[in-house]
Design a protein around this ligand. Structure first.
Ligand code: ACO
Length: 458
């Protein structure tokens, strides 16, 4: 099949948030640490009414309804998540209850886990299925969802929660470019969840940042090398550079790291290009002194960071910032984070603005697994086209974000404590209010004595 890629996208996030400037005061940190230092304005969070199953039920149902897709037309369903509430039963099997009414049980795929990378692994599996001999002509559905919560302390403001669902098939308006993937995987303990009774990870914050940045370097170099091979075939002149992307979406642990990451790609471009223009009007004007830098010496080099942040600022504003809306307003959703970038970009541009664009995506999951790949947007802006439909459906994202309820930091902290105390309890009935949930939200009604979970939809 041709033009395999993403046909439809839907996003779900909780209807409540805590304001990061209020959290700075509540946590007793200096003003600006979370909002300016990390670049985060609001953080979405769930009460005890929502878990990974409900987040995924909600987003799948929403996608099927809003794009008018029949449940019979799905032949594969994959979930990427690191929010584990059962060591055996997958969230995918819980989602099968949505398919009961139509009787479709002939659906491959289960859950995939490695920190924030599971959604990308699920997407790659779905693409491979559509391109394989096992494909039967139906769509694949990829779901990425997580509840990101940290113990009290410096990582807590980098939480978030949400889910994204994507319909995969041929003749897609968002085509995943073939032969262009850069991947880096490595054994490292930067962020992991060894305590199976807790929702909280163990984090080595500084190491996780270094791992993220070095994975980005490696993925970008591998992507660029492959892109240059294609460019030679197409008789285009190289080298490959950020100029070949109209936008770039990143996994966003917090927005400031994404801005630093984009600056880092500019540094990569500079070091990869022996003819980099350092003349007065060139983009690398005045940077000759950095010619002999070694990337691995620069992860925490303030001077290099500042220089390349300044040199990439205008391009960052244009090519990256529009994709950080959900990341800034919800926080790190883990597996859906980079796909929240896609949702933000579509939601904040007109269909004419996104048509024909080429976009790079960097997905990172601690531990670690990472890939950089690219999407080419269709040029078809006609009313009723698949691209127009995407744009139409996602146009309500900003409205939904603005209609959320602000919760005081004290109540947020109490809710985190309640989740911690009741996590994994059997015979538990959640106490969180259901009145404030968005319409169409699935929520937990009861966990019985055998830990079986029951849900209803608002
Ligand atoms: N005004 C403006 N900026 C401030 C202020 C202030 N009042 N106070 C601090 N800052 C700046 C700091 O200078 C720092 O900037 P820098 O990143 O340019 O150095 C930034 O705010 C953060 O302050 P730190 O003191 O470095 O923050 P801390 O070490 O307390 O925590 C961290 C940050 C490590 C990211 C923590 O939140 C964490 O562990 N998060 C989870 C791990 C994570 O997200 N890792 C990323 C990749 S892995 C993944 O996706 C899970």
């Amino acid at each position: 099949p041709d033009d395999v890629g993403i046909i439809a996208v839907e996003a779900y996030f909780p209807s409540q948030y805590v304001d990061q400037s209020e959290l700075e005061i509540f946590d007793g940190v200096s003003t600006g640490k979370y909002t300016i230092g990390l670049g985060q304005d609001k953080m979405g969070f769930c009460s005890d009414r929502e878990d990974i199953n409900s987040l995924c039920l909600t987003v799948v149902q929403k996608l099927m309804q809003n794009y008018d897709i029949s449940y019979e037309s799905i032949g594969r369903l994959e979930v990427g998540t690191e929010t584990i509430i059962d060591k055996s039963k997958s969230t995918k099997t819980v989602l099968m209850q949505l398919f009961e009414e139509c009787g479709n049980t002939n659906i491959e795929g289960i859950d995939t886990t490695n920190a924030c990378y599971g959604g990308t692994a699920a997407l790659f599996n779905a693409l491979a299925w559509v391109e394989s001999s096992a494909w039967d002509g139906r769509y694949a559905l990829v779901v990425a969802g997580d509840i990101a919560v940290y113990a009290t302390g410096n990582a807590r403001p980098t939480g978030g929660a949400g889910s994204v669902a994507m319909l995969i098939g041929p003749n897609a308006p968002l085509v995943i470019e073939r032969g262009l993937r850069g991947t880096h995987m490595q054994h490292v303990y930067d962020f992991f969840k060894p305590d199976l009774s807790s929702e909280f990870p163990v984090v080595d914050g500084k190491l996780s940042i270094q791992c993220y940045l070095s994975a980005l370097d490696k993925c970008y170099q591998r992507y660029a090398t492959k892109a240059e091979t294609q460019m030679v075939k197409d008789k285009e002149t190289g080298p490959f550079s950020l100029g070949h992307f109209d936008a770039m979406f990143f996994h966003s642990p917090y927005c400031k790291l994404v801005q630093k990451s984009f600056a880092r790609l500019m540094l990569n471009d500079f070091l990869r290009d022996s003819n980099a223009d350092t003349t007065e009007n060139g983009i690398f004007s005045g940077l000759e002194a950095y010619r002999d830098l070694k990337l691995e010496d620069t992860y925490f080099d303030r001077t290099v960071e500042k220089t390349f942040m300044a040199c990439s600022k205008a391009t960052f504003e244009k090519k990256v910032k529009p994709s950080l809306l959900l990341a800034n307003q919800i926080g790190n959703m883990y597996t859906p984070s980079v796909y929240g970038g896609l949702v933000s970009y579509i939601a904040q541009n007109s269909v004419a603005d996104i048509a024909g664009k080429r976009v790079g995506l960097f997905s990172y999951g601690s531990g670690l697994a990472s890939s950089l790949y690219s999407i080419k947007f269709s040029e078809d802006t006609a009313p009723g086209s698949k691209l127009s439909k995407l744009s139409e459906v996602l146009s309500d994202v900003t409205v939904r974000l603005d209609s959320r309820k602000k919760i005081a930091p004290k109540i947020f902290a109490d809710t985190m404590k309640l989740r911690q105390d009741t996590h994994h309890l059997a015979n538990y009935t959640p106490v969180g209010c259901i009145d404030d949930l968005f319409p169409g939200t699935w929520y937990l009604t009861h966990v019985d004595e055998m830990h079986r979970r029951q849900y209803l939809c608002t």
